[in-house]
Structures are given as C-alpha cells and as structure tokens.
Design a protein around this ligand. Sequence first.
Ligand SMILES: Nc1ncnc2c1ncn2[C@@H]1O[C@H](COP(=O)(O)OP(=O)(O)OP(=O)(O)O)[C@@H](O)[C@H]1O
Length: 311
Amino acid sequence: MKRILFIINPVSGIGRQKSIEEYINAGIDRKTGQYEIAYTQHKGHAFEISTEAAGKYDIVVAVGGDGTVNETGRGLIGSETALGIIPTGSGNGLARHMEIPFRIANAVKALNNPVITPIDVISMNGYYALNMAGIGFDAHISHKFATRRNRGPLAYMQLITREFSKYKACRYKMTIDGHSKELEAFLISFANSTQYGNNIHIAPQAKVDDGLIDICLIREFPKYTAPALLFSMIDMSIDQNKYDSIIKAPHVSIEYHEDLQGHVDGEPVMLGKQVEVGIIPLAIKVAAPPQELRQTQNILTPLIELLPGMS
Ligand SMILES: Nc1ncnc2c1ncn2[C@@H]1O[C@H](COP(=O)(O)OP(=O)(O)OP(=O)(O)O)[C@@H](O)[C@H]1O
C-alpha cells in the first residue's frame, strides 16, 4: 500500500487548489494507496512538514507553485520518499518540464502509477533549487514580486514590463573550472530544467539528470530586440541568439562588488558578494506521470490553462 501525503499551499497561484480535497478523494485508488492531507500555514511550513515526512511516506505531494515545490522537495533530499507535484502556481516550471498534467484530476490520477525519476538539485550558497536559480534581472523581479499583493501570471507580466526598461546589466567576475572572466550580464540563470515556467525556456538543452548546471548568460541587449529574445525562449532557440551564451558545468563561482540578490525557484534570497553554485547529482526522486497521462507542452498551453473550466 502506497502512503501519500499532500501538502497544500492555500495561497499559491490563482486559487485553483480550492477544491483539491474532492479531486484527491475521487482520484486516488484506495486499493493501492492511502493518503493524508496537510495545509501550510506560513512560508517555510511545507519544508518543515516534508522534512518530518521524509522516509515515512512513499510520495509527498506539493500542491502549489514553484515555491511550494521547492520547500517540499528540499525536505526530501537524499531520502527514498518521492516528490509529487499538483501544479497550482503561476509558473509551474518543474511540473511542466516533468510533463505533469495541468488538470488537477489528472495530476492526482498520475500518482496512482507514477514513474519514479531521480533528478539533480542545484545548490547556491546553501540554498537549493530544484528547477532554476539565478542572479540579475530575474532575481530582481523575484525580489520585487515578493512584495506585491497581486499575484498570478498577469501581475507578473506587468511587473516584468515595468522593470525591464529601467534595469541595467551588471559587471561580474565568473570562474568556471579555474578560469576567471569579467563580464557584463543582464542576467545569469543556473538551470536544472529547460524552463523558468510558462514554457519560457532559458536552457533548451538542459537535462535534470546530467549532473550539470546549464549556466545561461544574457548580455546587455538593445531593448528593441526584447520581443525576439522572448520569442526565442518560447520556441527553444535562445541558444542561437547572439546575446546569449550557455555553458554546462558542475560548478561556477560569481563575484560582485556588493551583496547580490538571487532567486531559487523564483523565491528571493540574499547571497553576499561571492556566490558558489554547484549541483547535487540525482539528489531527489520525482513522481513523474505514467506515459498515458504525460502532458506535452506547446506554445499555447499556458494560455489555454487560463480559460475558465480548465482545472
Ligand atoms: N499559508 C501560507 N500563507 C502565506 N504564505 C504561504 C503559505 N504557505 C506557503 N506560503 C508561501 O507562499 C509563497 C508562494 O508559493 P508558490 O510559489 O507555491 O506559489 P506561486 O508564487 O503562486 O506560484 P509560482 O511560484 O509558480 O509563481 C511561497 O513563498 C510559500 O512559502
């Protein structure tokens, strides 16, 4: 009998998780699985619950966005307990990469017969990212977004549009494999999966189980080329854009003249002047969906999901 614990973040995304208990009740096969449900009460609570649950359950399921997935997953690192995901956030980067169905009913059903898949975890100055970490513009946005009351994809897009015109590239010293270089970057992302979320792919060739970070650097670019840059992230061709470079490595150090803002899976963190980014190979098991329930993504998927009745 499989033991499953659901950890529900009641404030994630745009509230799709509201009737989650009915979906769980209807979707989990009682012949093969039994489940319990816990609700988070504050930031960091999912980590506390999952740390306690590691080794005691077969699957601990994060019901929320990338922040909840991060907290829940961190608590399971190195344990035999697999991380399940019911994506109810606004970006759902790792869930999309793992082809977890967006419809809650199907995401629950997928847990009856999961494909247990080990993946790497990125470490950055003692913080962990399951999907993506970064410094520069995306970190700046995550710090700004954290202070906003309005959440959801539209609020996020508004914030990006407003901040984009003001943000200036910064000068960093980057060291990989003993070789140092001074460079200017608009952002540097440390990617485990290919995408930030919403099918915006910063690292089209990334693999979650290759023991390597895809270090994605976007240089300062003329603002009028932003639509082309964004489109190249949607159609997975950013690695051919002349303002972009991607290097695969298991470790990278970054130095900056003042304390750096960073993000791990979209959550803002402060990093100090020296940043060490590494990878922990196959540190966590993910309960990926069986073949018949995998949801392949396309350019329109994130928009279709916003339509009424799509839960
Ligand atoms: N009960 C709670 N009250 C307030 N904040 C919470 C609670 N439970 C979790 N949180 C915090 O809510 C934040 C947002 O969660 P999450 O990232 O899952 O959703 P999201 O931001 O809507 O989705 P995405 O990251 O996909 O955009 C996280 O920082 C998490 O720690």
